[in-house]
Design a protein around this ligand. Structure first.
Ligand code: NAP
Length: 285
C-alpha cells in the first residue's frame, strides 16, 4: 500500500520558508513583496483561485493588489493595466487569471507581462529559459510536483518518468523539469498508442489529463511514484483526480491524493516565485 504524499504539509513548509524570507527582506532591507492579481469577468472557479491567492499573500506577509475587472473590459484596457503594473515598483509579480473572456487574446496579454514579473512563468522568454535550464521562475504546478517528488526522497536521475499530458502549463514544462533532473522522460497525449504499456514502465508517473479516474491501478508499475495533477469536478460537486486512487494506491510506493496533493503546491510555488522576483528586481540574488 502506497504512502500518501501530503501536499498540504509540504506546501505549508514552502510557505513558511517564503514567509521567513519575506520577513527578513522587510526587516533588513525595508522591502515589502507585492503580487498583483488581475481577474476579468465572473468565472466562479477563477474567483475561488484569486481569493486563495490573496489569502496566501496575506499568510506569507506579501502585499496583494487585486484588480477585478468587468467581463466587458476590452483587450486594450487590460493591456493598459498590465503596462501600469509592469512599471509599478510595489508590484513584483503579475498574475492574470486564466481563462480570459473570449474577446481577449490570452497570448497577447501574457506576452505583455514583463518577463521579470511573470511569476506564472508563462511568458515565452521564461518558457525558453526553462527549455535551456537557465530559469528564474518555474511554472507553479510542475515546480510543485518536483517538490512533492523530492519530499519522498526519490532520486529522479536514471528513472523512467512518464508524463501524461502535453499542455504548455503542465505537461511540457513538467517533462523538461524531469529531464533536467536526468530522468528518462516519455510524454504521452491523446494520440499515444499503448498508453497502458508505457505507464507500466514508469518509475515516476505524472498524470495531467483532465479526465476523472483516467489512470487505473492496472496501469501502475509496482512501487511507482504516482503524481495526480488532475482536478475534476464530479456531478455531486466532489473534486476528483485523473488517477483512480483506490486501485493505484495498491501498486504505488507513493501517491498524491486529490484534493490535498498537487493543488496546494501550486499556490505555494506562486508565492516562492513572487519572492524570487522581488529579490531579483532589487539585486538581491
Ligand atoms: P489540457 O490543456 O486540457 O491538457 C490535457 C492533456 O491531456 C493534453 O495534452 C491531451 O492530449 C491529454 N489527453 C487528453 N486525453 C487523453 C487520452 N485519452 N490519453 C492521453 N492523453 C490525453 O489540461 P491541463 O491544463 O494540462 O490540465 C490537466 C489537468 O490538470 C486538469 O484536470 C486541470 O484541472 C489540472 N490542473 C491542476 C492544477 C493544480 O494546481 N492542481 C493546475 C493546472 C491544471 P492532446 O494534447 O493530444 O490533446
Amino acid at each position: 500500500m502506497a504512502q500518501i504524499i501530503d501536499g498540504k504539509q509540504v506546501s505549508a513548509s514552502v510557505k513558511q520558508e517564503v514567509k521567513d524570507e519575506a520577513a527578513k527582506l522587510r526587516d533588513e532591507k525595508g522591502l515589502k513583496v507585492g503580487l498583483a492579481v488581475v481577474i476579468v469577468g465572473n468565472n466562479p472557479a477563477s474567483r475561488v483561485y484569486v481569493n486563495n491567492k490573496k489569502k496566501a499573500c496575506e499568510a506569507v506577509g506579501f502585499q496583494s493588489f487585486e484588480y477585478a475587472l468587468d467581463e466587458s473590459t476590452t483587450q486594450e484596457q487590460l493591456l493598459d493595466l498590465v503596462n501600469v503594473l509592469n512599471r509599478d515598483d510595489r508590484v513584483n509579480g503579475i498574475l492574470v487569471q486564466l481563462p480570459l473572456p473570449k474577446h481577449i487574446d490570452e497570448k497577447t496579454v501574457i506576452d505583455a507581462i514583463s518577463p521579470e514579473k511573470d511569476v506564472d512563468a508563462f511568458h515565452p522568454v521564461n518558457v525558453g529559459r526553462i527549455m535551456i535550464g537557465d530559469y528564474a521562475f518555474l511554472p507553479c504546478t510542475p515546480a510543485g510536483v518536483m517538490r512533492l517528488i523530492a519530499s519522498t526522497g526519490t532520486e529522479i536521475s536514471g528513472k523512467q518518468c512518464v508524463v501524461i499530458g502535453r499542455s504548455n502549463i503542465v505537461g511540457k514544462p513538467m517533462a523538461m523539469l524531469l529531464l533536467h533532473e536526468s530522468g528518462t522522460v516519455t510524454v504521452c497525449h491523446s494520440k499515444t498508442k499503448n498508453l497502458k504499456e508505457i505507464c507500466l514502465g514508469a518509475d515516476i508517473l505524472v498524470v495531467a489529463v483532465g479526465r476523472a479516474n483516467f489512470v487505473t491501478g492496472d496501469m501502475v508499475k509496482e512501487g511507482a511514484v504516482v503524481i495526480d495533477v488532475g482536478m475534476n469536478r464530479l456531478d455531486d460537486g466532489k473534486l476528483c483526480g485523473d488517477v483512480e486512487f483506490e486501485s493505484a494506491e495498491k501498486k504505488a510506493s507513493y501517491i498524491t491524493p486529490v484534493p490535498g496533493g498537487v493543488g496546494p503546491m501550486t499556490i505555494a510555488m506562486l508565492m516562492k516565485n513572487t519572492l524570487t522576483a522581488a529579490k531579483q528586481q532589487n539585486g538581491l540574488t
